[in-house]
Design a protein around this ligand. Structure first.
Ligand code: TRP
Length: 330
């Protein structure tokens, strides 16, 4: 266990799929085995998009239950709801005052909307609320509130972590050395998991497999994976096969090698290969799935864990706020 503090937020805007599992959740759970880790459900970050409280709450439970069911080490990991910590509202407000507006103008997600608005000839800020515009400041506050060293994120969030570093730097230049400078860690396997149609697994392509899809749905989805039209006898290329690419994320090195051979030598039809893939994924996920379903039927257990997490998070958050208030306001 080294003493680096790991932190990340998961936005409750949908049900996590196997791409999220392999690229983000699984590595995070592994990291939490030997690091002090803060994992929060970034419900405040969902607000600029989702205007339905019930939906945010439901997604939040799903994410929490999923992390617990997947075996997150709750001694090392502090699991909580972002909105339960008052310090987050305070710190993001404080940080507004050292953050140049121009920095926000450069945010990829904001710029993409501005470009689209420009193309379609509407006001450049059409559809942009201040939650979206100041999203990077809230995220910087998340990162700085808990003295994070390492922030594992997908590639699409790298710029936001760099902004958090910039904002910490502006703050430290003005008020002295208050904040550590966080480092982004980009998930290695992020984006390399293929979806049912062979393109990258992504919600926007509608080609995903939810992590805890019930067994029958999991099977149905796997059977729908698109393949080429090779006959069972023919030799097949594992490296371009979605079936093989998914399999290797769940199997041991030896199993993967064996499966590779079965592709190469021929004699295995894609139907058989899909069955093998289904059995493999199901064997890894069926126990956690049961625990997930149990937790979702006992939300008070999830609440208790999140409350305990919030209490632990608050201790650190309060200290940061005290320090910040002192240097900014005396
Ligand atoms: N913005 C991140 C996302 O969309 C979620 C997030 C919020 C986050 N706060 C964070 C990630 C702090 C890392 C650190 O996925």
């Amino acid at each position: 266990m080294d003493d680096k503090i790991v932190l990340t937020g998961i936005k409750p805007t949908g049900i996590p799929h196997l791409g999220n599992y392999v690229g983000a959740l699984k590595p995070l759970i592994e990291m939490a085995n030997n690091h002090k880790t803060y994992i929060f459900i970034a419900d405040l970050h969902a607000l600029n998009l989702i205007k339905d409280a019930k939906l945010i709450k439901q997604y939040s439970y799903e994410i929490a239950a999923m992390m617990i069911a997947l075996g997150l080490n709750l001694d090392n990991a502090v699991l909580f709801r972002q909105s339960d910590i008052l310090g987050i509202y305070q710190l993001s407000n404080f940080l507004m005052n050292v953050t140049p507006k121009g920095l926000m103008n450069r945010a990829h997600s904001y710029k993409a909307i501005v470009e689209k608005n420009t193309e379609t000839g509407v006001d450049i800020d059409s559809g942009v609320n201040m939650g979206l515009y100041t999203y990077p400041i809230l995220m910087a506050a998340d990162i700085l509130l808990y003295n994070s060293d390492i922030v594992p994120v997908g590639a699409d969030q790298k710029q936001h972590v760099e902004f958090a570093r910039d904002i910490a730097g502006y703050f430290n230049n003005t008020y002295g050395n208050v904040f550590k400078l966080p480092e982004p860690v980009i998930g290695e396997s992020n984006g390399i998991i293929p979806g049912l149609d062979g393109r990258k697994m992504s919600k926007s392509y509608d080609n995903t497999i939810p992590v805890f899809a019930p067994e029958s749905e999991l099977k149905k989805k796997i059977m729908r994976i698109i393949t080429d039209s090779k006959t069972p006898e023919e030799s097949k290329d594992p490296d371009t096969s979605t079936i093989f690419q998914l399999y290797k994320q769940f199997a041991t090195v030896e199993e993967t090698e064996q499966f590779r051979q079965m592709f190469v030598v021929g004699g295995m039809g894609y139907g058989t290969a899909k069955n093998i893939l289904f059995e493999k994924i199901n064997s890894v996920l069926s126990e956690p799935r049961k625990e997930y379903e149990r937790l979702m039927a006992n939300k008070n257990e999830i609440d208790a864990i999140l409350q305990n997490g919030a209490e632990r998070a608050r201790i650190v958050a309060d200290k940061t706020i005290m320090k910040v208030k002192k240097v900014m306001l005396g």
